[in-house]
Design a binder for this molecule. Structure first.
Ligand code: ADP
Length: 462
């Protein structure tokens, strides 16, 4: 077979532009594809934050990244909106981007086997491909995989905006774009893509239900035969206590004791009592209902009355800022509340904590648990989405499992699992075996990239 040709279309790609996990996926996957011999290229809008001259650059060993340039649309500070809300012309902006994805393929004389689109911002690519370019031989072999990173963001606009998409008005109907009298870009992508995937096997099943489907469960069900779930990975060049220059002292499985040098240093920085024995519990999260913050605030006083130290890093909804500021005042001795975005502190927390909390209400994939593992920090995670696919209940008797889990979305269950973790923590030998075990787990991109290549091949052969 000829070399597989893939174009990854994404509205954000690390390190050029990032607001969330999508950027990490779009930045890391191509590097892993390259190692597998795929001819992969990437395309994204050129925002102000993209500090590259011209309209293309190269990453990895020679992966082309194409930038879609349009100053009126993309030469802005933020990607999707500012403090006043979403940009009013987002539909136009990303309809333009999606059209340019296909136009650029022709300009570059690159006819991909697969265009891999991501989220609503590139949802119109499969639509244009199967309408405007339907009879264009240049794309006769091109297939589309559409990946959903979070069902909650679908690209919904008022129906008056439909003409801006530039397609036949008849497509504004219930089988294509129409969604409760509005335009829904993701819905159309579900119809026009050759296959659909999301970022974990469990989330792929969950989104077929009313609880997780955010109104598109019906549309997804009609495509269930081509719906897949592939777990994201993390980049071990970035997330690795052996290489991490931001932590207090580097460590690895061979000198695990140095993890506790980090712990003492963070205890000092946080103004806590310096004592390796006291369990240090961390959480790094957007402060949002999705992340289970409501469970945390319900138990936080009880939690902080236990013999432990607690460090939180996060920003988000104002109600949580206010609640957590109170917590900080009430528990000065053993709570460090950091209401900001701080990548360096995040790395220190991953390295220094014993236990990491992830009580998400829903979680398409989740990175915190994978990062924690690599740093020998044990997650207490709710069993949902990607958390269910990566964290399993530890059994001290048999040594199976890699963390502490709860299923029911209830504060009591969350609290009892934390207490369960704390009781295992007391048994030093068992705990250290668990720490060593999770540090050796492999959640790298290589495995995910292979799964994607398998899926691309399947789509092409369909
Ligand atoms: P989501 O993308 O839904 O927020 P993920 O678990 O996929 O959740 O990714 C979140 C990433 O952002 C993690 O790497 C986490 O460490 C990081 N992060 C979240 N909040 C902060 C913060 N306040 N400061 C630094 N890093 C943060």
């Amino acid at each position: 077979m000829n070399r597989l040709k893939v174009l990854l279309a994404s509205s954000e790609v690390a390190p050029f532009a990032k607001t969330g996990g999508l950027a990490d996926v779009a930045g890391s996957l191509p590097l892993a594809f390259e190692k597998l011999g795929v001819d992969v290229r990437v395309i994204m809008p050129k925002y102000i934050c993209v500090k590259i001259k011209g309209d293309e650059t190269v990453i990895g060993g020679g992966i082309k990244v194409y930038f879609v340039v349009n100053d009126a649309y993309f030469n802005r500070k933020e990607l999707y909106g500012d403090k006043f809300g979403d940009y009013h012309d987002n539909l136009e902006r990303f309809a333009f981007f999606s059209k340019e994805v296909l136009a650029r393929c022709k300009e570059e004389d690159f006819s991909p086997d697969i265009i891999h689109c991501n989220d609503w911002q590139s949802a119109l690519v499969p639509v244009y491909l199967n309408t405007l370019y339907k009879y264009d031989r240049f794309f006769s072999k091109t297939r589309v995989l559409f990946t959903i990173h979070n069902m909650a963001y679908q690209g919904v606009f008022s129906k008056e905006e439909f003409p801006k998409i530039g397609l036949d008005r008849a497509l504004f109907n219930i089988n294509y774009f129409e969604f409760y009298d509005k335009v829904n870009l993701m819905k159309a992508a579900l119809v026009y893509s050759d296959a659909i995937s999301t970022v974990s096997p469990t989330y792929a099943k969950e989104i077929l239900s009313e609880e997780f489907g955010c109104g598109l469960e019906g549309a997804l069900k009609t495509r269930e035969d081509v719906l897949y779930g592939i777990l994201n990975g993390i980049d071990y060049n970035l997330w690795n206590p052996e290489k991490d220059s931001k932590i207090f002292k580097r460590y690895s499985l061979a000198n695990i004791d140095d993890k506790y040098v980090n712990k003492e240093a963070l205890q000092r920085q946080a103004g806590f009592k310096i004592d390796r024995e006291i369990p240090l519990v961390g959480i790094i999260s957007r402060l949002a209902d999705q992340k289970g913050l409501d469970l945390l605030v319900k138990i936080i006083d009880d939690l902080l009355n236990l013999k432990l130290q607690f460090i939180l890093l996060g920003t988000g909804e104002n109600k949580y800022h206010l609640l957590l500021e109170k917590v900080a005042k009430a528990h000065q001795k053993n709570a460090s509340i950091n209401l900001k975005f701080d990548a360096t502190l995040a790395q220190k927390i991953y390295a220094s904590s014993d236990i990491f909390l992830i009580p998400s209400r829903y979680e398409p994939c989740g990175l915190g648990q994978m990062i924690s593992f690599k740093y020998g920090t044990i997650p207490v995670a709710r069993q949902t989405g990607g958390l269910k696919d990566s964290v399993s209940e530890f059994d001290p008797k048999t040594g199976t499992g890699n963390g502490f889990t709860f299923e029911e979305y209830r504060a009591e269950r969350f609290f009892s699992e934390i207490k369960n973790a704390l009781s295992v923590y007391k048994n030093r030998d068992v705990w250290m075996e668990l720490v060593k075990k999770v540090m050796a787990l492999d959640f790298s991109w290589e495995a995910s990239a292979k799964e994607y290549v398998k899926l691309y091949t399947k789509i092409i052969q369909q």
